[in-house]
Design a protein. Structure first.
Length: 350
């Protein structure tokens, strides 16, 4: 297949690009190269004859039309998004603009291309979303594909809106789509404002390791390369008009996660005192969902997919990758907001 991947220089998008090229697909990587993008993430495939890069913004309708006409993709995998919850609290407008309006522009470009080319049956629009659209769980239960939407942050609300747009374009215009909602990703090339890289880099620098509240929020962690495999599985074999929840089957509290990372660093990069002594509990962020958990029954039973990497395996690989790739993360430290506490601007003027 020739796959148009939006956001292919980001964390999850680049994993999809690398995996798709490895699996023999052609890839057109469309990325606006915002603060969270990094072309080093796809440097290993940049010279591959099946790879092409387009520096463009999904909100630019003219650019999207040109790219569809020039590359004639068989499928779209839409991963481009503003994705950091804390940033969405401080500046929600960028999330609405990119995640909602950008998805609309991309849908219209895909629909125009699909229609003008005779509505090819094999065309797919794969929208990649998050479990955060479902809101927060209590101590028990899991999100299924039938769970009502109840987003609690500007980020999750913008992703919920984009999910609804995709479904509407399928129902109204017949655009063949599949939709996936995933749990928290982690792994190599994880942008250093997210929890796991923050813990690793703060620990290495000897600084306090910030943990929101008492660290009792629970997440289901999905190794990013497993996620890329799942996404390509859904693209190729998922039923049109169907949603698939993708989970890592690795639930853990934030504080337990942080302590596991500290223990790995004690072994891999020992220092005079245990890294866990750097943990510092900080004021929780507003609207912080207590727990996310995915029920992966549908993707497992219908498509035969389940994660291959346990949390302990994935954390060890991730910590080792960050230790071995210091030039990559050092180059990102000066980018806007990286290393700063964000998401506290509740009540401030927009």
């Amino acid at each position: 297949m020739k796959i148009l991947v939006t956001g292919g220089a980001g964390f999850i998008g680049s994993a999809v690009v690398r995996r798709a090229i490895r699996d023999g697909h052609a890839v057109v990587n469309v990325d606006a190269l915002t603060y969270a993008a990094c072309l080093a993430n796809v440097a290993m495939v940049a010279d591959h004859p099946a790879y092409a890069f387009e520096h463009a913004d999904i909100r630019d309708a003219e650019a999207m039309a040109r790219i569809f006409a020039a590359h004639r993709p068989d499928a779209v995998m839409h991963l481009a998004a503003e994705s950091h919850v804390d940033r969405s609290i401080d500046g929600p407008g960028a999330f609405i603009d990119t995640n909602v309006r950008g998805t609309y522009v991309l849908l219209e470009a895909a629909r125009a291309w699909w229609t003008s080319n005779g509505r090819p049956e094999g065309f797919r629009f794969h929208h990649v979303s998050t479990d955060e659209v479902y809101g927060s769980l209590g101590a028990t239960g899991q999100f299924t594909e039938a769970t009502p939407y109840a987003p609690n942050s500007p980020y999750s609300a913008s992703k919920a809106a984009s999910d609804h747009l995709v479904r509407a374009w399928g129902e109204t215009y017949g655009l063949p789509y599949v939709l996936t909602n995933c749990s928290n990703n982690y792994g190599p090339y994880h942008f250093p404002e997210k929890l796991i890289p923050v813990v690793i880099l703060k620990a290495l620098s000897g600084e306090p390791i910030p943990v929101y509240g008492q660290g009792l929020n629970i997440r289901d962690w999905l190794y990013v390369e497993d996620h890329a495999d799942a996404l390509l599985t859904v693209l190729q074999r998922g039923e049109v008009g169907r949603t698939y929840n993708i989970g890592g089957e690795n639930e853990v509290t934030n504080i337990d996660l942080v302590r596991r990372i500290c223990a790995l660093l004690d072994r891999m990069r020992p220092q005079a005192r245990p890294h866990a002594e750097q943990i510092a509990f900080v004021t929780d962020r507003p609207g912080h969902d207590l727990r996310y958990a995915i029920d992966p029954t549908r993707i497992r039973t219908e498509l035969g997919w389940r994660p291959s990497v346990t949390l302990d395996q994935g954390l060890e690989r991730t910590v080792r990758w960050f230790l071995d790739n210091e030039p990559w993360w050092r180059a990102l430290q000066a980018r806007d907001g990286v290393g700063q506490r964000l998401g506290q601007a509740v009540g401030a003027a927009p």
